[in-house]
Design a protein around this ligand. Structure first.
Ligand code: FAD
Length: 420
């Protein structure tokens, strides 16, 4: 551990580790010293210990692929990834339905489903390679305090019960939606609890999923069924089921047979008969939006800045676009000889992301409210909307481009070649 870094990233979860990977070539070429601090080791034998890389699977928008291609890890990620060839959207017990198809949209896939623990392993493996030699991965270690100073930040890192103070130009807080540091720094945030839980589990249907992702709206809450890579010859799908707090508790307590019966009854037989379910986990759902995301020497990133309802699978994709944009701004600042903590640099980054954040948060929150409403007028409206979408190729293309993260400019990450 050095006494001074250019950048300290608090949290080695999906967002913090991806930011470090995005900066790795520039760190090498431009001489940037980076530390990433994470309290929870990623263990190969029991991945459930790591809160960011737990049993969940994440739907990556097609547009997010280019971010990982530019980081040089897409080929490795792709070894255990399931492409989404079709998306079926339907409303249980009503007439509305819509289908989106990769071939019609002229893309190789509408998106990709990756299991979080695989993403974590690939990111951390990358950070341990010699070309990431300027990045110190401090783990297990925790950031206990951040104090803004004169021209630099002072960060207290606690490691094996020993606290040390290190300095840096910029701190990026990627410490998740329940960030305690955000509160300690007096950063206000908007919080609204949805009074819902997302119940997640891997389930096995009795037939292949053929790359179809389902978004099914039921009177008990929306359900997403995502295609996963087969394992030991077993077909697998990732279930994300949004439920009221009480219903989630009851389904968590049900035995496997009871759970599968209820799942089948709610979901129907579109994906076949469900024959097995893995471990179940429930996540309380809330909308969290930090009121300040940048200060001199400080950026709040990922879930610490904005935690969304998972209904539209947008939270991580938004965070990924944000971290790529931040990396671009930091690299440009370094090339111009400016401090990474320069407020004007950080404000320019935030300004670039503001519209994307507002739009994505509005889309996720609006979709959740529209599809969890039991009002008969709204039910009719959304069914007519789904039918109209299904019948209108232009509408479908626009919707698909938005859901695939393709209507945002592709991230342009520093490659390290011919620069520096
Ligand atoms: C059920 C569910 C399904 C989802 N599905 C999708 C999807 O399909 N597509 C999508 O785009 N998004 C999805 N999301 C959203 C996605 O999971 C989040 O956007 C993502 O986890 C955010 O990552 P993060 O690194 O910001 O935060 P976290 O994953 O919370 O990681 C924070 C990290 O910071 C560390 N940390 C905390 N405090 C400290 C400290 N003091 N010092 C150092 N380190 C610290 C923690 O140990 C942790 O590793 C889903 C969310 C849920 C709940």
């Amino acid at each position: 551990m050095k006494q001074h870094y250019d950048l300290i990233i608090v949290g080695g979860g999906m967002v913090g580790a991806s930011l470090a990977c995005a900066l790795a070539p520039a760190a090498q070429a431009l001489g940037l010293d980076i530390a990433i601090v994470e309290p929870v080791p990623l263990r190969a034998d029991d991945l459930s210990y790591q809160p960011s890389y737990d049993a969940r699977a994440t739907a990556l928008a097609y547009g997010s692929r280019s971010a990982y291609e530019r980081m040089g890890i897409w080929q490795t990620l792709a070894q255990h990834i399931a492409p989404i060839n079709e998306i079926h959207v339907s409303d249980r017990g009503h007439f509305g339905a819509s289908r989106l198809d990769a071939a019609q949209q002229r893309v190789p896939a509408l998106g990709y489903v990756i299991e979080n623990h695989w993403l974590g392993q690939v990111l951390l493996h990358r950070l341990q390679q010699p070309e990431c030699g300027r990045i110190d991965y401090l783990c297990p270690a925790e950031v206990a305090q951040i104090v803004p100073g004169d021209g630099q930040m002072s960060v207290t890192v606690s490691r094996n019960g020993v606290a040390s103070s290190i300095s840096c130009e910029l701190v990026v807080m990627a410490d998740g939606g329940r960030s305690e540091l955000r509160e300690r720094l007096g950063i206000g945030y908007r919080y609204s609890a949805y009074e819902q839980h997302a119940l997640i589990a891997n389930v096995s249907p009795n037939r292949p999923h053929r790359g179809i992702a389902y978004e099914r709206f039921t009177d008990q809450g929306p359900m997403a069924l995502l295609p996963l890579q087969e394992q030991a010859g077993q077909h697998r799908c990732g279930l994300v089921w949004t439920l009221s707090d009480d219903d989630a508790q009851a389904l968590m307590a049900a035995d496997d047979t009871g759970f599968l019966e209820q799942l089948q009854q709610r979901f129907g037989y579109r994906a076949g008969r469900f024959v097995a379910v893995g471990e179940r986990h429930a996540y309380p759902l809330q909308l969290v939006l930090a009121e300040e995301q940048v200060r001199t020497g400080l950026v709040v990133l990922g879930n610490a800045a904005h935690a969304l309802h998972p209904i539209a699978g947008q939270g991580y994709n938004l965070a990924l676009r944000g971290l790529v944009s931040l990396a671009d701004h930091l690299i440009a600042a370094k090339q111009q000889g400016r401090s990474l903590g320069d407020l004007a640099v950080l404000q320019a980054y935030h300004e670039q992301m503001r519209r994307d954040q507002q739009r994505t948060i509005g889309f996720s929150d609006g979709t959740m409210k529209l599809f969890t409403s039991t009002s008969s007028l709204l039910t009719l409206g959304r069914n007519l909307g789904l039918q109209a979408l299904d019948a209108c190729p232009l509408g479908k293309t626009l919707f698909a481009r938005s859901a695939m993260g393709l209507d945002m400019p592709a991230p342009a990450l520093f490659s390290g070649e011919g620069q520096g």
